[in-house]
Ligand binder design. Structure first.
Ligand code: FE2
Length: 185
């Protein structure tokens, strides 16, 4: 029997990542100058929640489980997802690098920051669409029964850990703070 729980936690995390991404776009659109502190909070959320907590579970737990069921790592959907995770890290780093200069009023840094933020938004939307509608559907078909329960227990362990000293609940509260403080859409 197929157990959709295999990807339920990850799908829920996608929803929150998309909400913070939409808030980031509204923050950028509201500038110049945008609320740099809020953009810095977005960077922190993407690094700790989207990358460490969420991509961490995909890369360390879900993808290896799918590989053990015959899905290749070097080609096909997993390879594409890993590549996009790397691109996402680069864009978030580019945003972080450009922030101090942008805050100081440097135009080049501001345009780099805006470009990286928009690049992130485009990338992550397409990425999550592919995962939700393709890879996760395959995962829900492939991983069921005891393997599904094992995987979910392993997700719980990661979710109960801390990310740069922050619990998942604190990062969810950070997301709420970002979303609540961003200009209305
Ligand atoms: Fe994901």
């Amino acid at each position: 029997m197929t157990m959709p729980e295999t990807t339920a936690v990850l799908r829920e995390e996608h929803r929150r990542i998309l909400e913070v991404t939409a808030a980031l776009e509204r923050l950028i659109d509201a500038g110049p100058p945008p609320d740099y502190d809020a953009i810095e909070r977005c960077v922190r959320f993407f690094r700790l929640f989207a990358d460490a907590c969420h991509h961490g579970k995909e890369e360390e737990l879900l993808f290896p489980e799918l590989e053990s069921r015959g899905m290749p790592r070097e080609s096909g959907p997993i390879a594409v997802m890993l590549h996009e995770h790397r691109l996402g890290r680069e864009l978030v780093s580019a945003m972080a690098r450009a922030l101090p200069g942008a805050r100081a009023g440097d135009d080049t840094s501001t345009s780099r920051m805006v470009k990286a933020a928009r690049g992130w938004a485009d990338l992550i939307r397409g990425h999550i669409l592919k995962e939700d509608h393709m890879l996760f559907r395959m995962a829900d078909e492939l991983v069921d029964g005891p393997a599904c329960r094992r995987l979910c227990a392993a997700y719980d362990t990661v979710c109960a850990s801390t990310f740069d000293g922050c619990t998942k609940a604190q990062l969810e509260a950070l997301a709420d703070e970002i979303i609540g403080g961003a200009p209305a859409g």
